[in-house]
Ligand binder design. Structure first.
Ligand SMILES: Nc1ncnc2c1ncn2[C@@H]1O[C@H](COP(=O)(O)OP(=O)(O)O)[C@@H](O)[C@H]1O
Ligand SMILES: [Mg+2]
Length: 413
């Protein structure tokens, strides 16, 4: 008999591979979602779709259990690959007595960056000095910056994709900072941000390389898939523009320290039966936690690990949800680079050529045109295109990347 699997949110077209993986496993797929985009229609029969508010645990449970009763369907497993539904999926799994992350641990993750930091602090894990502010209050912000000192970083307690996160330098203009965080948070109408409360962290700025340690926890056993190095865009913003698997220029000791730190954090937060994506800054005093999410790494990093090491994190996590014992083995070792190309120029895009020729390049395993002719490009925050490549060494990877960018022509006026 086919097992009934309930996926909570799809996470958009770029996560299509997660649905394909569920299909490959011969599961009867159900989807709880706020919206049903066109590309999904061929993948999931309409009658298996539960239209509900996946961002609200109580409504989600009510609609799922009603569907289950009306259709006489018992779910064997459930899960999500999407940051904004990690806590709701944990609540649902707990209520339905299915395998999943415990709801308290879900809430101690990146969905609440303050509770995450406090739990670390209580477990003697090095934590940057921090304070909090609410309601975009100018006086509070001034006091907070005075208390923490500069440089520091302001970011929403509940956030993602570096949304509303900026560095505050010495000699800063408080009104500019308030305008910027308001612009990127308060005015955002995205469904996923309706749980945003207006509470911000102001914390010490951590210098150093940005890396992540990624993997899966099953029955308290921590499986490490590997590490990623993130190339950050220009400060004071923090866009993750490119990444490498594996990170380069790290000593064996540094890699070990990062892995040990990730394990300590996972134990302190009590993560179990979940994926994890632990972002660290490699400071002169060792690795310090930026944030840890209780889900697999997002964007293109799951296919990244598959291309680099043959580790299929997506498949392994589904097995965890299904109660199958997992094993993580590396079957190959390639170098991976993924990059969103930011032009560092503002204006109207009048030409963008050469991207489709990437189709013929055997080292390119994914690419996408992001901007369209006529788009208003902003100096920060608008990539033109994206590509992902693999090669036998970091050096050949960089050469390949240079060639690709030289062959793509664009004009911004
Ligand atoms: N205290 C900090 N010091 C230095 N950089 C930081 C700090 N906090 C966040 N950042 C930068 O901002 C990015 C986004 O912050 P993060 O806490 O990861 O939130 P998000 O949920 O938006 O990804 C990080 O990748 C990191 O580069
Ligand atoms: Mg982050």
């Amino acid at each position: 008999m086919k097992k009934n699997f309930l996926l909570i949110e799809h996470g958009g077209l770029r996560k299509k591979f997660t649905l394909e993986k569920l299909q490959e496993k011969g599961l009867n797929i159900f989807l709880a979602t706020t919206d049903l985009p066109l590309w999904l229609k061929g993948l999931i029969p309409k009658i298996n779709v539960i239209k509900t508010d996946t961002y609200h645990s109580t409504k989600l449970l009510s609609d799922v259990i009603t569907f289950s009763e009306a259709r006489n369907i018992k779910f064997d497993a459930l899960g999500t690959f999407y940051e904004h539904t990690v806590t709701q999926a944990a609540d649902l799994a707990s209520a339905l007595k299915l395998i999943g992350l415990n709801p308290g641990a879900a809430r101690r993750s990146s969905s609440n960056k303050l509770l995450m930091r406090r739990t670390c602090r209580d477990n003697s894990i090095p934590t940057p000095k921090l304070t909090v502010i609410s309601n975009y209050d100018k006086k509070q912000l001034l006091q907070a910056v005075k208390k923490i000192g500069t440089p520091c970083v302001i970011k929403p307690i509940f956030g993602a994709e570096s949304y509303g996160t900026i560095k505050i330098e010495d000699g800063f203009n408080i009104d500019d900072i308030l305008d910027e965080i308001k612009l990127t948070t308060a005015q955002d109408q995205k469904e996923t941000f309706k749980n945003f409360t207006g509470n911000f962290l102001v914390e010490e700025y951590l210098p150093g390389k940005v890396v992540s340690v990624d993997g899966i926890v099953q029955n308290l056993k921590i499986f490490i898939a590997g590490m990623v190095e993130f190339i950050m865009g220009p400060e004071p913003r923090f866009a993750q523009e490119a990444n490498f698997i594996p990170p380069t220029g790290l000593s064996g000791k540094e890699i070990n320290d990062c892995i040990l730190m990730a394990k300590r954090i996972i134990k302190a937060l009590e993560f179990d039966n979940c994926g994890f994506h632990c972002e660290l800054r490699l400071t002169p005093n060792g690795p310090v936690l930026l944030e840890i999410a209780a889900r697999l790494p997002g964007g293109p990093l799951q296919p990244g690990y598959l291309n680099a090491y043959g580790i299929d994190l997506t498949s392994l996590l589904i097995d965890v949800w299904l109660g199958k014992k997992i094993k993580v083995d590396r079957s190959k070792k390639l170098y991976i680079m993924q990059k969103a190309f930011f032009p560092r120029k503002s204006g109207k895009l009048t030409q963008l050529r050469g991207i489709n020729s990437l189709k013929k390049d055997p080292g390119v395993w994914e690419f996408a045109k992001i901007a369209k002719i006529g788009d208003e490009i902003k100096e920060h925050g608008t990539p033109l295109y994206y590509y992902a490549i693999k090669d036998l060494s970091k050096r050949s990877l960089l050469e390949k990347s240079k060639k690709i960018e030289e062959n793509i022509q664009f004009l911004i006026e």
